[in-house]
Design a protein around this ligand. Sequence first.
Ligand code: 3EB
Length: 334
Amino acid sequence: MALQFVSSPSAVSRETSRELGGALIGEPATGALPGWPVQRVFAPLLGATSAAIHETWLAEGPVISGRSEDIVWRQANGLLFGVIELDEADFSAMPGASALQAASEEAYRRIFRLLDAERVPHLWRVWNYLSAINLETDGLERYRQFNIGRQDAFLESSRGATGNVPAACALGLAGSPLSIAFMAGTTPAAPLENPRQISAYNYPAEYGPRSPTFSRGALVYPAGQEILFISGTASIVGHETVFPGDVAGQCREAMANVAAVLGEGNRLSKTVPYALSELSYRVYVRHANDFRVIRETLAPLLGAADVVYLQADICRHDLLLEIEAMASHSQEKA
Ligand code: 3EB
């Protein structure tokens, strides 16, 4: 398999020169971080046997490392993985634009400059984390401020903010800087939408002055391979939250949405069909107290799948959980 995803309680003990990048989920690291781009996800793990989980993407061969404008990145075989962390305190609010909005726009501008310079133009998947995501400052929720900066950067880069946009997630983590990890490639992604939902980039204005810029999922193509990314998925039908206050109901509805995006993936896939039970899941739980109910409700729907549960704030105050998932298939035909 060309690109490999590994998950373990600790960083790979010795560097193999094949690490492209990854994430460290759990308690803030006290020791040194690995030498490859690592997104620190400052979120308590739920129901885990270790204090932290390292997730690492391994390329087939040696990788090239670089740093530009605070982005730490690596690339191999037409694929680039990068992480940028920005401190909002380094940005100033302007009339009508918060420091978070400015930082978000700048982060995406830098990402697009890097992708243009490295000729890896297609943004496939983005992981967005920020602190206090539901906090309202100067009359606008911080998630909505982030959405303005993100969309402006897409429009400014002439990428457009609808249709061909990356799969993504956006969560709130206590004490986190604005942290954005991304995977990009030399080949275009096939974006996926969910027939049960309005595309997020077409959400009406009641969810903020600018719509979020992401697709419901994507099929992407590292050499010889197809990866299915299912974006952060919640209990939303059309554009409305359903089952407010009912955590089990939200679990079932979110999984119905995951299944719907998987169905779209299977319609467009160049490989054998994907099954819900083969995906790797990340489940974000707003209230740690809901964890048991969420795990019990999801268990029969996920089968033996790998699941990481973590506490995080979801970008709408009435959403109690969000589920993202991915799987990889070889494109080699038997
Ligand atoms: C939703 O469906 C839930 O802003 O990048 C999910 C995935 C959500 C990605 C983002 C937001 C984002 O609207 C929230």
